[in-house]
Design a protein around this ligand. Structure first.
Ligand code: COA
Length: 410
């Protein structure tokens, strides 16, 4: 079966997490993603957080599936020339180096748009134009500067980073959307364009509701927050749902670190929930009856439900609450996730084989297209496809390849 992005060639000059996650999705959607890496060491993550000596790390292999790897020294003249040739024959260039890195090698947007007018040049940086534009950034810096850290955690604890990589992988998803839009626009205009996503902007976009609350706060306390006192900025609100319906993480049996279920209380299931937890006596009680009445003492409301959840495992509670249509979710730890049958069945947790590390588990593709099925393939070894790509795309022959190898350009 054909793939959505079949025929689209991507020069993938990404490293670490933010860029590779974006190009991995392009590859899953069927693009030919050629990862260009410095000869000898490749993407720095190949050797970071290694669990097996001298074998590409899971950090690398889980973020670079379905790609081809070409080693190319872009700090050498022949390397830069090959990259120019490759870019002239490609649809998209994606990079997330520190500010100015590709410019320093002569690959400025001005020159790229002249040499390869159909090319979409997609770039992730820490920050947008302005005071911080030359600063480097990592995941947690974006979380700190995009509003996530100040609003995550408990009021009496420090700002906290989230496990979800909203700075890196969040930026990757934003960049994917922008690249796909640029590809569609190119169908009409025939021109590529410069596509930029800043990590700080991506996190801020994901923290949109916190700026909603910031403005609400200027008119008075936020009733649905568990906090008793408010300053000028939106406080950390623990596990409050952040939405129009209150929610909280409730303890479950037997009380382990992740024996919790997150429960949302919708107004129309309140009576059913009271029946389920054996508190029919509260039905009709004005202190408990309406959302407006409950919002003033949500801590007591959730304590009531928790006295029931604590008698059940998180999975039992999940099943029983689902029977009466209560939106809820057990807190799954990483062991739960890798063992989850439904995630395996849906291809979200998959095992692939690797010539050096053997089988490993990776996270599959969350995008499901009926006409563009995804088959997760292992990440490439460093330079595994150098010759293949240079022959196929640039038509290089044995002698030229041997010369480039001799010069350590590839
Ligand atoms: N051949 C030769 N050199 C190469 C190369 C290749 N194929 N590919 C990259 N390089 C060089 C670049 O030219 C650059 O060299 P220079 O600094 O001498 O000009 C260097 O490798 C990469 O630089 P940089 O990206 O600044 O690396 P770093 O390790 O110092 O910084 C980050 C890492 C992540 C902080 C930085 O890349 C960054 O801020 N990126 C943008 C934001 C981002 O994506 N952050 C999240 C990453 S998950």
């Amino acid at each position: 079966m054909s793939k959505a992005l079949e025929g689209i060639r991507v020069v993938d000059m990404t490293h670490v997490q933010a860029g590779p996650v974006c190009t991995q999705m392009l590859a899953w959607l069927g693009a030919d993603v050629i990862k260009v890496e410095p000869p000898g060491r490749g993407d720095v993550t190949r050797s970071q957080l290694r669990d097996i000596p001298d074998v590409d790390s899971l950090y690398f292999t889980m973020l670079n599936a379905n790609k081809r790897s070409l080693t190319l020294d872009i700090k050498s003249e022949p390397g830069r020339e090959i990259l120019w040739q490759l870019l002239r024959r490609s649809d998209v260039l994606v990079e997330n180096f520190g500010p100015g890195a590709l410019d320093r090698q002569g690959f400025t947007w001005e020159r790229l748009s002249e040499e390869a007018p159909r090319l979409i040049y997609a770039s992730i940086k820490g920050f947008g134009p302005g005071e911080y534009e030359n600063a480097k950034a990592y995941e947690t810096i974006a979380q700190a500067m995009g509003g996530a850290m100040s609003t995550t955690g408990y009021e009496d604890g420090p700002p906290t980073s989230t496990g979800a990589q909203i700075g890196d992988s969040g930026s990757a998803v934003h960049l994917l959307a922008a690249i796909l839009a640029a590809l569609i626009q190119r169908q009409r205009t025939g021109r590529g364009q410069l596509v930029q996503v800043a990590m700080q902007h991506s996190v801020l976009n994901l923290c949109r509701v916190k700026l909603r609350d910031h403005q609400r706060l200027q008119r008075g306390p936020l009733a649905e927050y568990p906090n008793k006192e408010f300053g000028h900025s939106v406080p950390r609100s623990g596990n409050a749902s952040g939405g129009g319906q209150p929610g909280w993480a409730l303890r479950c049996h037997p009380g382990g670190a992740n024996d919790f279920i997150y429960v949302i209380i919708q107004p129309h299931i309140w009576h059913r929930l009271l029946q389920k937890i054996g508190r029919e006596d509260l039905i009709g009680d004005p202190r408990w009856e309406t959302p407006e009445a409950r919002i003033g003492h949500l801590d007591e409301v959730f304590a009531l439900v928790e006295s029931w959840t604590m008698q059940h495992s998180k999975w039992e509670a999940f099943r029983e609450l689902n029977e009466i249509d209560v939106p809820c979710g057990p807190v799954l730890d990483t062991m739960d996730l890798v063992q989850d049958d439904s995630l395996r069945q849906s291809g979200m947790v998959v095992e692939v084989d690797h010539p050096e590390r053997g089988p490993y588990v990776t996270v599959g593709c969350p995008l499901r297209l009926s006409d563009s099925p995804v088959e997760i393939q292992r990440a490439p070894l460093l330079g595994e496809h150098s010759e293949e790509v240079l022959r196929e795309v640039l038509g290089l022959e044995d002698g030229e390849l041997a010369k480039l190898q001799g010069q350590r350009v590839i």
